[in-house]
Design a protein around this ligand. Sequence first.
Ligand code: DAT
Ligand code: MG
Length: 150
Amino acid sequence: MERSLVLVKPDGVQRGLIGEAIARFERRGLRLVAAKFIWVSKELAEAHYAEHKGKGFYDGLISYITSAPVMAMVWEGPNAVAAIRQTVGATKPWEAAPGTIRHDFALEVGRNLIHASDKPETGERETALWFKKEELVEWSRAIDAWVFEK
Ligand code: DAT
Ligand code: MG
């Protein structure tokens, strides 16, 4: 079972899209593992976006993610990382497929609403960065057997 960190970024929170994002992940069949509404510190922002340090858009990215609260979540399921990235859409909203969140609600790469982990290993690393072990909820749903084959 894969896990992905998902953030509704400050623009998504300000625009009232937390519920819209959660509804899409729930509808997809993914299972919620953890959630918290937080104002991200500069330290956490820098740790989260360490791979982008030095790039031209880095400073803007750090100020964007710390500009208002975010809704941080972990979702799990078979192939969860790829499935969630598909539901979120391509990084550049104008390249995102119709029906994806970034296509349906965004125009700018610097206001692309959602973060989702890019690989299964990233999902594990980002889950550990954003959540304490005791914040992760292990549970099963009555419908799991109708969504998860194994
Ligand atoms: P993603 O968020 O789809 O995983 P990423 O990891 O390549 O994309 O980049 C992280 C974020 O940085 C992205 O959501 C928006 C911003 N970003 C990426 N490339 C950018 C660019 N060329 N100009 C401005 N912002 C960019
Ligand atoms: Mg990324």
